[in-house]
Design a protein around this ligand. Structure first.
Ligand code: ATP
Ligand code: MP5
Length: 349
């Protein structure tokens, strides 16, 4: 490893107080002093990258939260549909939760696709156990039942287990129209129907209920979600965007709520911030796949004027420096990326 060099003229010495009194960015290689907020997702993997674990981790990262995961199922999936599902044994789901929470802990957690009664039971039991040990971290339950493409992601008997075991543990539940109908037993066509369902769902034990409006009154100009905390009603309202890129919107929305809760937002603020985020993610959706495409989790960063790293390999890319697996700061001398140059004090070029 090159030794840290004297700062270049005009650059502050690493660790020196900044003129504005705020802490400086850590010197490369130095662990940050303040750990980031942490959020855990317990959900299925979507090989297509638009929903499930993949959407959740991207969302956590985009919202500056360190994400961890317990995978409940592998799905062979793309924007057109789910081709196959392989469930993870419940003991292995529990083992992932234990491994993460025993060491890393969490500031909030969410659930997504759970698949079967046995997995729901394992997750509910481990959440209860770890809340007793770590304190009552917020839990967002997205009661995923059917993929947008129509494939079942929760079997019939497991719905009762979600109702009985998981909803009472939830800080927030985020059913879509279909899930709210199933869990509450109330048909939903209008916002008033959504309110009735929210009231029934609140009676099942969650602290906050959000009945999502993506599939309610689909010809209206706004996508409106109904929020109920047992006392007050709120509406989350944003323009409805005309697009086919709505794969994983529910996962991304509930992951954003989880991220904002992990960052310490109050529930209503977390819901409002997450609604702004999902609307932007839908608006900036990339053109990917032949079916329902994913949203853009990183749109706030992609809209930034500069890519902060630029081309991180620079000239080294053409010389076989880093792609062969060598750490960038040990690649061919004088050909390292920006971090290496900063460490050895060399010139750019
Ligand atoms: N076309 C759209 N334009 C703007 N917002 C939308 C649109 N569709 C959904 N939303 C919003 O996205 C969030 C997710 O809602 P939705 O009802 O689509 O969830 P979902 O059906 O569970 O999603 P998925 O099953 O795709 O994960 C909600 O805040 C909803 O209002
Ligand atoms: C692993 C997994 N989790 C959740 C969904 C729901 O997302 P959508 O309704 O957009 O298909 C999914 N398709 N796959």
């Amino acid at each position: 490893m090159p030794t840290p060099a004297e700062p270049r003229p005009g650059e502050p010495r690493p660790g020196a107080p900044r003129p504005d009194g705020r802490p400086d960015a850590p010197h490369p290689g130095t662990p940050p002093q303040v750990p980031p907020p942490r959020a855990m997702t317990i959900a299925g993997s979507d090989s297509g990258g638009g929903a499930g674990i993949q959407a959740d981790l991207k969302t956590f990262n985009a919202l500056r939260v360190f994400g961890t995961s317990a995978i409940t199922a592998l799905t062979a999936q793309n924007t057109e549909g789910v081709r196959d599902v392989h469930l993870v044994p419940p003991g292995m789901v529990a083992a992932q939760i234990d491994a993460v929470l025993d060491d890393i802990g969490t500031d909030a957690a969410k659930t997504g696709m759970l698949g079967t009664t046995a997995i729901v039971e394992a997750v509910a039991e481990r959440i209860g156990h770890w809340r007793d040990r770590l304190g009552p971290f917020p839990l967002v339950v997205d009661p995923v039942m059917i993929a947008k493409s129509g494939a079942p992601l929760l079997d019939e008997p497991a719905r009762e287990a979600v109702r009985r075991l998981l909803l009472p543990l939830a800080t927030v539940i985020t059913p879509n129209r279909h899930e709210a109908e199933e869990l509450a037993g109330v048909p939903i066509r209008t916002l008033d129907d959504a309110r009735r369902a929210a009231q029934v769902l609140h009676g099942l034990g969650p602290t906050w209920v959000v009945v999502k409006g993506g599939h309610v009154a689909e010809d209206s100009a706004d996508a409106v979600d109904v929020v109920y905390d047992g006392r007050d009603w709120h509406l989350l309202r944003a323009p409805r965007i005309a697009t086919r890129s709505t794969h994983g919107t529910g996962c991304t929305f509930s992951a954003a709520i989880t991220a904002y809760l992990a960052r310490g937002y109050g529930v209503l603020d977390a819901l409002r911030a997450a609604k702004i985020y999902i609307t932007g993610a839908i608006r900036h959706a990339p053109a990917i796949g032949r079916g329902h495409g994913p949203t853009c989790s990183f749109y706030p960063w992609e809209a930034a004027p500069d890519d902060p790293l630029g081309d991180p390999l620079g000239a080294a890319a053409g010389e076989g420096g880093a792609p062969n697996g060598a750490p960038v700061d040990q690649a061919a001398s004088g050909a390292a990326g920006p971090e290496g140059r900063q460490l050895d004090g060399g010139e750019e070029g």
